[in-house]
Design a protein around this ligand. Structure first.
Ligand SMILES: C[S@@+](CC[C@H](N)C(=O)[O-])C[C@H]1O[C@@H](n2cnc3c(N)ncnc32)[C@H](O)[C@@H]1O
Length: 365
């Protein structure tokens, strides 16, 4: 089975490592590749059949997609690949030519193996890159090709709102892919625990990527701009044995973080502090790890305050941080200046796709 796994751009290597760790526990042959066909935000896993023994001692097949969905912290979607193909030059083709190519390709695929006659289906599409066709065109064309093929076997049922089977058609650059999306309409990064929706919350998958980069060892951990608590909550859900502190300046967000932690069942694992990160040393003596997505100040008026905010924060952080810090922001110049002037060394930098932007991520010590 070939599984196409989606995640945020820039954390494919971390997602690959996570998937390899999970699959190795199954004792089946597998191969995992990051950015297959150079497609960003994607990981491909080829996995052999997996089995488990039920309570009556019977050998049963284990659903690898379900296994990954239940355990992964970095993945967004788990798609069972039906076929993928590079369509050279599709970006320049006129709509009727490009769509005909997709239709011809899909109509040859054994899609009937994935939908029972009694089941309804829908096609969801995703398109990225330069094309003369839209994602709606792709969904309609693929839907038509599948419908016409299924007609050979019975009377196909389409249900765009609540389909039993979701086909996912992706056109990314020149790569076209068709699969069964086992995830449903809500991406896995939208955690069920989120009852308070912070306007600038971090995706839970990225929060976990930042935690991976910090690689905390059980020592005291703080998110000094914790907002709705995404990072501390995800860390607590991983069973972190040490202190976890969530510091936030605004009561409304801090209460939101507490509500989210309650809903996640980790309220007792986190210390919630109302306070100003530019006075960090007043709240904590020492912390081993600090991980945060910093305020970006996208709102005009607040943006001018960012360099001073960062400078004041990193000068306080220098007084308390013992091991590593991981920070994510769009404000490259301000953060680099603040980190360097306060004696921090940047040991790793990468860009991560978040909210349509590529955001700078730093590991410092
Ligand atoms: C980008 S958001 C963090 C979002 C958070 N990671 C989440 O997922 O909900 C930055 C947060 O920093 C808070 N903040 C701004 N200035 C602060 C300060 N001086 N001290 C502490 N928190 C501050 C903002 O209220 C906001 O909630």
């Amino acid at each position: 089975m070939r599984l196409l796994l989606t995640t945020s751009k820039g954390i494919e290597d971390l997602a690959k490592a996570e998937v390899e760790g999970l699959l190795s526990e199954l004792g089946v042959p597998f191969r995992v590749e990051e950015r297959p066909l150079s497609v960003e935000g994607r990981v491909l896993a080829e996995v052999g059949e997996a089995f488990y023994t039920d309570e009556k001692g019977r050998k049963r097949e284990l659903s690898v997609p379900t296994y990954l969905k239940e355990r992964s912290r970095l993945l967004h979607r788990v798609i069972v690949e039906i076929a993928s193909e590079r369509f050279e030059g599709i970006g320049e083709e006129e709509p009727d030519v490009a769509l005909r190519r997709i239709e011809d390709f899909v109509s040859e695929l054994p899609t009937e193996r994935f939908v029972k006659v009694s089941e309804s289906f829908a096609v969801r599409s995703f398109r990225k890159g330069k094309h003369k066709i839209t994602s709606v065109d792709v969904a309609k064309t693929v839907g038509k090709a599948i419908f016409e093929r299924l007609e050979r076997f019975g009377k196909p049922k389409v249900n765009l709102d609540h389909p039993a089977v979701v086909f996912r058609a992706e056109l990314i650059g020149e790569v076209f892919l068709l699969g069964i999306d086992t995830t449903g309409d809500s991406s896995l990064h939208k955690r069920p625990w989120r009852v308070y929706d912070h306007p600038a919350h971090l995706k839970a998958s990225i929060a976990n990527a930042l935690i991976e980069l910090a690689n905390p060892d059980g020592g005291p951990f703080i998110d000094p701009f914790c907002g709705s608590g995404t990072i501390p909550i995800e860390l607590a859900l991983r069973g972190y044995p040490g202190r976890i502190i969530c510091l936030e300046k605004y009561r409304k967000h801090l209460m939101g973080a507490e509500m989210n932690a309650l809903s996640a069942g980790v309220y007792n694992k986190i210390e919630f502090l109302l306070g100003d990160a530019t006075r960090l040393s007043e709240y904590v003596d020492k912390v081993d790890f600090a991980v945060s997505n910093l305020p970006y100040g996208l709102k005009i008026g607040r943006k001018s305050m960012i360099p001073k905010l960062y400078m004041d924060f990193f000068s306080e952080l220098a007084k308390v941080l013992e091991k590593r810090g991981v920070f994510i922001t769009t404000e490259k110049r301000a953060i680099e200046k603040a980190m360097e002037e306060n004696g921090f060394e940047i040991v790793h930098h990468r860009l991560i796709g978040h909210g349509g932007l590529m955001v700078h991520t730093y590991v410092i010590k």
